[in-house]
Design a protein around this ligand. Structure first.
Ligand code: HEC
Ligand code: HEC
Ligand code: HEC
Length: 439
């Protein structure tokens, strides 16, 4: 982050902090850890399904670490913040937290002892949770195995180590209180809206953020950033080459895969891993609500769908005729790109996806080709695809060791031209370099 942005950020935060009179919160008394048997089993089970919808595991569990014991580094523009220990260990976890303290953390972003929590913890979404759902989450976490695990130090840009500043952020961005029901919509739509807005916090990645890291409300689900990836727009600006149906979406959210659509990749893989353990009817409600945000498709999207299907039906990508030929100066780059594709990709991708073999989606149907920048495509080629649970055939090797930057750049330029009618990406070489140095 540049010095200018930091200075602007600090000035804005201090200005708001000054006028909104820092409302410091008190501490809530410690309690004895509640006995496991005190919780009703059906409540615990409900909490387990809700925790999966809320992705709690991912931010609070290290790979191969003890469940919910914390220590996960989350890299933000403002520094690195660690997911904390939320097992019921009374000293290093939340064992001494009453349900009231737990509810306050989720709704207001305040820890039991009164310190303000960083919004890397999505309490700006969890704030809309109902009392019943908070009780179920509490029952679930309080019946996990307690793990002793000290919190790790965070590394934040100056002056954000100073937690009271978060009060200013909260005043700007956190709207507490329940969501209002839309009477004109179905029960399932309303359930989906509640889950997406609160627990599932989809907009946390899929909406763009402003300089202070708050979600832009006027660009709801219009596409955002997550861990160096672009999180695709899920509103009417959806770049998907094929329009999403409710059944394709709910299948994708539970398995990571849908016929005619790209497989899940990057940070979304983890979201899907969690959703596969959530309640199936709830995931369908999410799909209903999200699909409604994407409709009705505009004329441009319908034309893109027809063109993508036509290109995919032509078989080999080598023979597809581009609509907008590049200037002649780039012929050698295109020739190199075509050669790399023929040698490294065609064997799997020209065949078209067969679910029982390891052949793969025809690339004009892959959403990564249709985005406004090439980051996701570069990530996928460099890192390959680990199949989602239960889809063992669908594996793609990583190419980071076998393609040079020059080859990768040429391939990406050529693929964009063969797969879409969109304008060429600018500075592909820069994106390749950025992904390599910032994996
Ligand atoms: C996107 C990552 C992310 C997700 C998802 C997430 N958390 Fe957290 N959570 C964090 C981070 C980071 C912190 C620590 C913030 C800080 O130290 O200021 C935190 C802190 C907390 C705290 C406060 C702990 C303390 O000691 O102060 C609680 C309670 C909590 N999370 C519960 C949950 C629950 C329940 C869920 C699922 C419904 C969840 N979290 C999902 C990132 C996440
Ligand atoms: C941690 C960040 C993150 C969260 C949270 C998240 N997503 Fe994503 N999502 C991504 C990224 C990054 C991509 C792009 C990579 C890919 O296509 O797999 C993506 C892709 C998708 C796609 C594919 C879009 C297309 O047109 O191909 C859908 C659908 C989707 N997300 C839905 C959701 C829903 C619904 C939620 C909430 C339940 C959600 N996501 C939460 C990061 C996230
Ligand atoms: C061994 C077979 C194989 C090879 C070789 C291969 N892929 Fe893939 N690729 C797959 C499979 C399997 C998938 C995931 C399943 C699907 O989408 O059908 C995939 C998915 C993709 C996706 C879509 C990912 C997403 O998020 O939707 C892109 C883009 C892609 N590959 C590009 C390439 C490029 C470019 C090359 C050459 C450098 C390549 N692949 C080489 C098998 C392969």
């Amino acid at each position: 982050m540049s010095i200018r942005v930091i200075v602007r950020l600090a000035a804005a935060l201090l200005a708001v902090a000054g006028c909104s009179a820092l409302d410091l919160q008190g501490s809530i008394a410690r309690v004895d850890p509640p006995a496991r048997l005190q919780f009703d089993l059906s409540l615990v089970r409900k909490g387990q399904l809700l925790a999966a919808m809320g992705n709690c595991f991912s931010c609070h569990t290290l790979p191969d670490g003890q469940p919910y014991a914390g220590g996960v580094p989350l890299r933000t523009h403002f520094g690195t913040i660690h997911g904390t220990n939320i097992t019921p260990d009374p000293e290093t976890g939340i064992g001494a937290w009453s349900q009231a303290a737990f509810a306050r953390a989720l709704r207001e972003g305040v820890s039991r002892d009164g310190h303000l929590l960083y919004p890397a913890f999505p309490y700006d979404h969890f704030t809309h949770l109902t009392d019943e759902d908070i009780a179920a989450l509490y029952a679930f976490l309080m019946t996990r195995d307690p793990v002793r695990s000290e919190p790790l130090a965070n590394h934040l840009v100056f002056p954000l180590q100073f937690r009271p500043l978060i009060a200013a952020w909260n005043a700007l961005y956190v709207r507490q209180g329940p969501l209002s029901r839309q009477e004109a919509q179905s029960d399932e739509w309303n359930r989906g809206a509640y889950l997406v807005e609160s627990l599932a916090h989809c907009a946390g990645c899929h909406s763009p953020r402003d300089t202070l890291g708050g979600e832009k409300r006027d660009a709801y689900l219009a596409g955002g950033d997550a861990e160096g990836w672009h999180a695709t727009a899920l509103n009417r600006q959806s770049p998907s080459p094929i329009a999403w149906t409710v059944s394709a979406l709910s299948g994708y959210l539970r398995t990571g895969l849908a016929t005619d659509h790209a497989i899940t990749a990057g940070p979304m893989q983890d979201v899907v891993r969690n959703l596969s353990r959530a309640d199936a009817a709830d995931v369908r409600a999410v799909a209903i609500y999200i699909q409604a945000q994407m409709t009705p498709p505009n004329v441009e999207r319908e034309a893109r769908e027809a063109a993508s299907r036509k290109k995919a039906a032509q078989g080999s990508l080598m023979v597809v005729q581009p609509l907008t030929p590049l200037p002649v100066a780039d012929e050698s780059v295109l020739a190199l790109g075509a050669t790399v594709y023929a040698n490294s990709c065609a064997a799997c991708h020209d065949a078209g996806r067969e679910f029982s073999s390891n052949t793969a989606l025809r690339l004009p149907l892959a959403v990564a080709m249709h985005l406004s920048d090439p980051r996701n495509l570069v990530h996928i080629i460099r890192e390959g695809i680990e199949p989602p649970d239960g889809q063992t055939g669908l594996w793609m090797p990583p190419f980071e060791g076998s393609l040079t930057d020059e080859q990768l750049t040429a391939l990406v330029i050529w693929l964009r031209r063969q797969c879409t009618d969109a304008p060429p990406w600018t500075d592909v070489a820069g994106a390749v370099k950025q992904v390599r140095s910032n994996p």
